[in-house]
Ligand binder design. Structure first.
Ligand SMILES: CC(C)(COP(=O)(O)OP(=O)(O)OC[C@H]1O[C@@H](n2cnc3c(N)ncnc32)[C@H](O)[C@@H]1OP(=O)(O)O)[C@@H](O)C(=O)NCCC(=O)NCCS
Length: 73
């Protein structure tokens, strides 16, 4: 993201739009795997942390992630 556009609500709007779409098709829960950079964004938008998961890349490197969820119904 271009620095001048950071912290202006763009990612939150994308999360909100995904949630609206999920509600429209009657999903009751959202689930995602966040990289560590994304965790504050998803927490602020109502997601709870379930567990930490190291995701293996094709070169064997492990990228830390956080499994998160949000009840929407
Ligand atoms: C992380 C990212 C998606 C946030 O996008 P954004 O449009 O700036 O996010 P928002 O303006 O909606 O921020 C919502 C909240 O997220 C949190 N947040 C966002 N960027 C943050 C940062 N750099 N450090 C700490 N908290 C942050 C804050 O709680 C923020 O609310 P606040 O500004 O009122 O404090 C963006 O910086 C990005 O694209 N980063 C690179 C890719 C990446 O890390 N993606 C995560 C994938 S899981």
């Amino acid at each position: 993201m271009a620095p001048e556009w950071a912290r202006r609500g763009i990612a939150s709007k994308l999360v909100e739009t995904a949630e609206v779409g999920a509600r429209l098709v009657q999903f009751r829960r959202l689930e995602l795997l966040a990289t560590l950079n994304g965790v504050p964004l998803y927490r602020k938008n109502g997601c709870q942390q379930l567990e930490q998961i190291d995701v293996p890349m094709s070169d064997g490197m492990l990228v830390p992630g956080v499994h998160m969820e949000k009840q929407i119904a």
